[in-house]
Design a protein around this ligand. Structure first.
Ligand SMILES: *[C@@H]1O[C@H](CO)[C@@H](O)[C@H](O)[C@H]1NC(C)=O
Ligand SMILES: *[C@@H]1O[C@H](CO)[C@@H](O)[C@H](O)[C@H]1NC(C)=O
Length: 723
């Protein structure tokens, strides 16, 4: 019995030694930091809990270079706990993504500022509180900073202006207060393209100093704050600007004339402020396709000329405004026009829609104006709303135009082909396969889409296919639903992303998806514009969302303790065996044809009960290795049925040329096999090592998973479990 096990223990020892050498690659300081994070966070990936596993080698979400941790990505893992200052010890970290872990709370550690190599920092969609540490200004390599959708408070630290490489700065959807810091401050962010400060409580004026001709802003989102004062004329200097959202503040004063210089601007939303003076002259905004000037205090005026000259205009919204006079009919023939929303103004006189020519014109909303007569055009399917106009008590009385009309229902991904399929628990129907699975769910918010029509199927199907293509999912495995423009005038929709050929995504896939969406690697079709995404917690199916019962924990603990004891005992035992083996070495008759491998030390295999066969002998008993005798094949080679001269039926495993082992390894395998006798294992009868052939001869087992047993090393584990 003892001898039988000897070789196994050697294998085990070598294996564990080898794993120590190969896997112990993480720098000891980095490893200590990660272990500290592990101790502080709940729901870390199960691979982090494997005792002895080396972080660089086996921890999900950890990527290393030369034994230093360079990437820590744990998006949507369901992490709970706080951020310890220890994280600052990962001094070679380049990318940190902890997005969408709603259970991460407490302050951001000032020691984040020690991560001097960091280029990407994403903490979006967690529950961090208190102020943004000034020390983040030390991250001079940072290009991407997303702290949006937390509960951060306090002022924006002026030190962020030191981030001279930053191109993405997202602080949206927090509770930040105070003024936008400049001089010195954010006015130094010369390469920043994305400036997302929306949905906070920022106050004071918009500093003119923030804008200059050498700034590179594309998106400036300051909407949903408490900003006061006037719009600085310097904004007109930022030629790169494409989206300007200043809506939902308390801005006053008149609109500076030079906004008209922003020839690249696509969306301008100045609604819900206290702006006064004349409606702005936007004639020069040749790229403008969405403009909203609703709910301000502009002086009464006729519709400005740009209403009918801006060729790129899709959406014109001036609700609750001061427009009077008649609507220029030229607006209805703009080539791109989709929606005209001018309700609650004082537009009067005659309305002539006979020039409606645009195929896309979906909505003309003129409710609650002063229109007394209408010349209807063919309308071509567009909806005209005139409720609350004098014309509704005269010529158009009782027509559809004077009723409150519903727009077409919003798009949602069709599950019609799946019939009445329903799913249990949190599973949902995959629209591609109609099978139930756990999708990666979340909400996409588009901050400035160039359209308002939520019923356009081709538009949203293009979004579905761009999601599946760019996120490497199967075509059709994306479901969109719950589309609406929310109170902040963002297009919001729920998305479900389904795994391919599986019920669940694994952790690395979830992290990949979370990162693609938080890091803005995914780019939606151009009409959708800038977005952000907030994921829902994911069910990994391995208990990470459930808490284990006390009983289960006790059971696991006991099991682990027993395992440790067994391993220690095995170690001691194998050392004793090794000693005995050294004392009891013996040599048996060497084989002439054995040592074809130069490395072999000349010892013959030490066999128990197994014998040597000549090539000719095996050739004869397998009928010249004929096809009719073949009973299996695999990567290792082929297995033949044969009958020995004494009538014993055997299985001959003949290694393919490509999968032959070295002579020494072959010998070791034979020795090991010959020692093993077990009721559940086929016994080794003998071997052949001759004429470039390696063959093993086993007792023939007519049923069972012969192929598995013959295919090699899994037998070691079989033995371990059986003994
Ligand atoms: C509006 O601006 C354009 C230049 O973009 C200018 O030609 C035009 O005269 C301006 N209109 C008014 C009413 O100021
Ligand atoms: C729907 O969207 C597509 C893609 O943007 C556009 O080409 C098409 O004109 C739209 N259809 C309608 C009816 O607005």
């Amino acid at each position: 019995m003892a001898e039988k096990r000897q070789l196994l223990f050697c294998y085990m020892l070598v294996f564990s030694l080898w794993s120590c050498i190969v896997y112990a690659v993480t720098d000891s300081q980095d490893a200590a930091v990660l272990r500290s994070l592990k101790d502080q966070w709940g729901n870390v990936p199960p691979s982090w809990d494997t005792s002895g596993g080396d972080p660089c080698a086996s921890w999900e979400g950890v990527v290393c270079n030369n034994s230093r941790v360079t990437t820590l990505g744990l998006s949507t893992m369901g992490l709970t706990g706080t951020m310890s200052g220890d994280i600052g010890g990962l001094s070679e970290l380049i990318s940190l993504d902890l997005s969408f872990n709603r259970g991460l709370t407490g302050s951001l550690s000032p020691r984040l500022g020690d991560l001097r190599k960091l280029t990407v920092l994403i903490l979006a969609g967690c529950s961090f509180t208190n102020s943004i540490p000034t020390e983040l200004g030390n991250l001079s390599e940072l290009t991407f900073l997303a702290l949006n959708s937390n509960q951060l408070s306090g002022e924006i630290p002026a030190s962020l202006g030191q981030l001279s490489n930053l191109y993405w700065l997202d602080l949206a959807d927090n509770q930040l207060t105070g003024q936008i810091p400049v001089n010195p401050g954010l006015d130094n962010l010369k390469v920043a393209k994305h400036f997302h400060f929306n949905k906070n409580q920022l106050s004071g004026g918009i500093p003119g100093k923030l804008f200059d001709s050498d700034m590179s802003f594309i998106h400036v989102l300051l909407d949903g704050n408490q900003l006061v004062g006037s719009i600085p004329s310097t904004i007109g200097l930022v030629q790169s600007l494409e989206v300007l959202r200043l809506d939902r503040n308390s801005l006053n004063g008149s609109i500076p004339l030079n906004l008209n210089n922003l020839t690249n601007i696509i969306e301008m939303n100045l609604a819900h402020n206290k702006l006064i003076g004349a409606l702005p002259n936007l004639t020069g905004l040749i790229s403008l396709n969405y403009v909203d000037l609703s709910n301000n205090s502009f002086q009464r005026s006729e519709p400005p000329t740009w209403f009918s000259t801006l060729q790129s205009l899709n959406i014109l919204i001036i609700e609750y405004g001061s427009l009077q006079g008649s609507i220029p009919s030229g607006i209805f023939s703009l080539p791109q026009i989709q929606q005209i929303k001018l309700k609650n103004n004082a537009l009067s006189n005659k309305l002539d829609t006979s020039s409606v020519s645009s195929q896309q014109l979906q909505l003309i909303d003129l409710e609650n104006n002063n229109i007394s007569s209408v010349t209807l055009g063919s309308q071509q399917g567009s909806t005209l709303m005139l409720y609350g106009n004098p014309v509704c008590s005269s010529s158009l009385q009782n027509t559809v135009y004077c009723q409150i009309q519903q727009l077409d229902a919003s798009y949602s991904t069709s599950l019609v082909k799946c019939g009445t399929q329903t799913c249990k628990s949190d599973k949902k129907v995959n629209p591609q396969t109609c099978e139930c699975a756990y999708p990666y769910e979340g909400t996409l918010y588009f901050r400035a889409p160039s359209f308002r029509d939520l019923s356009n199927a081709s538009l949203f199907m293009s979004l579905e296919s761009s999601l599946s293509t760019n996120l490497s999912l199967s075509p059709g495995s994306v479901s969109l639903h719950g589309l609406s423009f929310n109170d902040d005038e963002y297009l919001q929709m729920d998305i479900d992303l389904f795994p391919t050929d599986a019920e669940l995504f694994n952790r690395s896939e979830i992290q990949r998806l979370g990162f693609a969406l938080s890091r803005q690697i995914y780019k939606p079709p151009v009409d959708f514009g800038p977005y952000y995404f907030i994921a829902s917690p994911y069910f990994f199916g391995d208990g990470s969302r459930r808490t284990l019962s006390i009983g289960a924990i006790a059971g696991i603990a006991t099991g682990c303790a027993v395992l440790v004891l067994v391993l220690v005992a095995l170690g001691v035992y194998s050392l004793r065996l090794k000693k005995r083996a050294e004392q009891a070495m013996f040599f048996s008759k060497p084989f002439a044809s054995w040592a074809t491998s130069g490395k072999d030390n000349g010892e013959a295999p030490q066999l128990k009960g197994a014998r040597w066969f000549s090539y000719d002998e095996l050739k004869k008993c397998t009928n010249n290795f004929s096809e009719s005798n073949q009973i299996g094949s695999g990567g290792y080679g082929k297995v033949y049925r044969g009958m020995l001269s004494d009538g014993q039926v055997v299985a001959v495993k003949r290694a393919e040329k490509g999968s032959m082992q070295g002579g020494h390894e072959f010998k070791t395998e034979i020795e090991l096999l010959s020692r093993v006798h077990h009721k559940n294992l086929v016994g080794l009868v003998g071997f052949c090592f001759n004429q470039g052939d390696q063959m093993l001869v086993y007792e023939f087992m007519s049923n069972g998973t012969l192929r598995e047993i013959l295919s090699g090393s899994i037998f070691i584990f079989l033995i371990l479990f059986q003994e």
